[in-house]
Design a protein around this ligand. Sequence first.
Ligand code: COA
Length: 265
Amino acid sequence: MGWENQPLNEAPLITTETAEGICRLGMNRPEKKNALSAIMYAQLAEGLKHADQDPAVRVILIHGTPECFTAGNDLKDFRDSPPTEGNSTVFQFLETISTAVKPIAAAVNGPAIGIGTSMLLHCDLVYAGENSTFQLPFVNLGLCPEAGSSYLLPLFLGHQRAAELLLLGKPFSAAKAFELGLVNQVIPDGDALPAALEVCREVAALPPAALRETKQLIKQHTAPVVADAMRHEGQAFLNRLKSPEAQEAFAAFFERRPPDFSAFQ
Ligand code: COA
């Protein structure tokens, strides 16, 4: 699946723009809170791969729209046409972002939910607006962690703090994300994207081969474990998507009611 599947007369769901050595990849589906559909993952993966290989690009910047980073995976997709195999576009995106050789920055505004938070674990520099909120509601949706978060979060935060985020799945603020070390800086509302762009300009002026080498060295010990964790999580996630617990959670979201898990064992 690729860019060609999108009708030409519609605004792109993923915007790409390269200037000054910075490739900007924007999630652009504001009416659905930038929820990521299968085609959007394919376009993000393609955009990332292209930027990672393009000699004109020194740094990649991922962002959403002014009100929202992303509400995570499209729950309609999860309900009606869930990924069924390990090479689905969501997994292609995760593999691409976790193995990119060039620095990746992110500018977050508003909600960053599910993969909206877990993709940040694969970014190198994260700038978050004061209004941004983060959440890993996998258990709440009858699902389980993805994107290597079951390994990376305990590694970054320690077991208890990671378990709190992953088991309870509650939203947390930009200030909390900063305290946990998940974002580099909290920026006044409206300024996260310009602030991230400013840092990207600094990065783009640095020697590119040294940047790549340094990123590779930083990640060399965790990379194989992350890949392994993502494989295990992916299989568990595909199974959880079919579970009655997940079906109840998806139905509840679209019926705008609280889920009822009382009948499950
Ligand atoms: N998948 C599909 N559609 C989504 C979505 C998602 N993850 N998140 C939001 N939407 C849709 C809503 O269904 C709604 O569509 P509609 O206008 O056709 O009814 C639209 O986006 C606006 O969402 P709404 O819930 O009305 O906005 P809000 O400002 O009240 O709340 C969120 C915003 C992001 C907090 C809320 O939408 C939310 O919790 N979304 C689900 C997050 C989630 O669980 N993601 C999956 C993680 S694995």
